[in-house]
Design a protein around this ligand. Structure first.
Ligand SMILES: Cc1ncc(COP(=O)(O)O)c(C=O)c1O
Length: 396
């Protein structure tokens, strides 16, 4: 159940990170390598035993350390690591935890790129994957085998907006000595997976965390042991596969992180307004803030109420043709952009079956209940959401 004492935005607010001349924003590290006065210190740094020293920017660099520490504060974890994309965070975590011959249990509804990695890429390493309905806790427990290493899910799944019951999934994974890895991209601040029992939380920071759609980035938050393991110079997946984030980007994302609490509240307020009005008008809406959403009560139990139910909603228009017509009209009417991705200050909409989940074969899309006419909305920060509602209405 949510840790009501945990205040993720307060934890970010309280960070004291200064630049080398007392700059209120930490200095940006514009170097790939670092010099040492003593050769021994270099050796100690290689072995991870020299606090405050940096060796080479693929391993660690000061700008990425600031952002990693801020992400760890946001999640309430011991440590963090930032990556050059959300996929970099996901693939690094899974490849670190699994060896050839291991087995993963995953929600069948995940971001299409994650689905493709699990379904098409991991077989190269003889890693088996079982796709489950993440709400079927009994089925998940039955699917666990001696070689199962982890359960993977998204807090609020992409694109069906199913809520994962993280405390119960954590209880199952702990009972069987396996890890729970959770992608929290859709609901930062709203749900804190690590505080609910997840072992590793991953993010595409490309989305709400950064909020500007000006870069691609990711993060991994977990205990210090895991972060040390992925960055180990001898066998760490992050160190050896090299998905390092550019320090200039790290520094700009860090500044955007400090407005996340205001943005999430507004995204949520606007999405709830649109979802409620459009549902009253008879449209088929998926939004966890509506009483009609099957996981509404679960979401209320898991969330920090201050930040609302999030900015993601979906409307089923039945056919892809109808969905396309509505999206084109909405773009012309100034509702937002027909574009993939999410967490932007403008509303973005796309048809997942034909875009971000097109990696999922059509039969599986049908099985999981993904309608070909679904439009996924990432609701923006519009000041006058009533005006946006009227614009949407004019397109229906
Ligand atoms: C839920 C989720 N996780 C991960 C990703 C991948 O992130 P990135 O594009 O930053 O690699 C996405 C991208 O859309 C996503 O929606």
């Amino acid at each position: 159940m949510p840790d009501t004492k945990f205040d993720p935005s307060g934890a970010i607010f309280d960070l004291k990170q200064f630049g080398e001349f007392g700059d209120v924003n930490p200095s940006i590290t514009d170097s790939s390598t670092y010099t040492f006065l003593a050769a021994q210190t270099m050796l100690d740094t290689f072995q991870g035993e020299s606090e405050g020293c940096f060796l080479y920017s693929r391993h660690w660099n000061p700008s990425n350390k600031y952002l990693s520490d801020a992400m760890a504060a946001l999640e309430g974890t011991e440590a963090g690591w930032v990556t050059s994309s959300g996929m970099g965070a996901i693939t690094t975590s899974l490849l670190q935890l699994c060896n050839a011959g291991d087995h993963i249990i995953t929600s069948v509804t995940t971001y299409g790129g994650t689905f493709a990695f699990l379904k098409n890429y991991l077989p190269k390493f003889n890693i088996e994957v079982t796709f489950v309905n993440i709400a079927d806790l009994e089925g998940i427990e039955k699917a666990i085998r001696p070689n199962t290493r982890l359960i993977y899910t998204e807090t609020l799944t992409n694109p069906l907006l199913q809520v994962s019951d993280i405390p119960r999934l954590a209880a199952i994974s702990k009972k069987h000595g396996i890890k729970l890895v959770v992608d929290n991209t859709f609901v930062p601040l709203i749900i804190s997976p690590a505080r609910l029992g997840a072992d590793i939380t991953v993010y595409s920071m490309t989305k709400f965390i950064n909020g500007k759609n000006d870069c691609v980035a990711g993060a991994i938050c977990s205990d210090a042991e895991f972060i040390n393991a992925i960055s180990n110079v001898n066998d760490g997946t992050a160190m050896l596969l090299g998905p390092v984030l550019d320090p200039l980007r790290s520094s700009s994302i860090l500044k955007n992180l400090h407005t996340l609490h205001i943005r999430m509240k507004k995204h949520s307020e606007n999405a709830l307004y649109l979802a409620s009005r459009l549902e009253q008008d008879g449209l088929k809406i998926k939004y966890p803030g509506l009483a009609s959403h099957p996981d509404h009560e679960l979401m209320k139990q898991l969330m920090h109420p201050d930040f609302g139910f999030g900015g993601m909603m979906a409307i089923d228009f039945g056919t892809a043709q109808h969905a396309n017509e509505v999206m084109e009209k909405m773009q012309s009417a100034g509702v937002g952009y027909l574009a993939v991705s999410l967490g932007y200050f403008k509303t973005l909409f796309s048809n997942p079956g034909k875009s971000t989940s097109s990696e999922v074969p059509v039969e599986i899309q049908r099985e999981m209940g993904l309608s070909e006419g679904l439009i996924r909305f990432s609701v923006g920060l519009d000041h006058d959401i009533e005006r946006t509602y009227s614009r949407i209405k004019s397109c229906l």
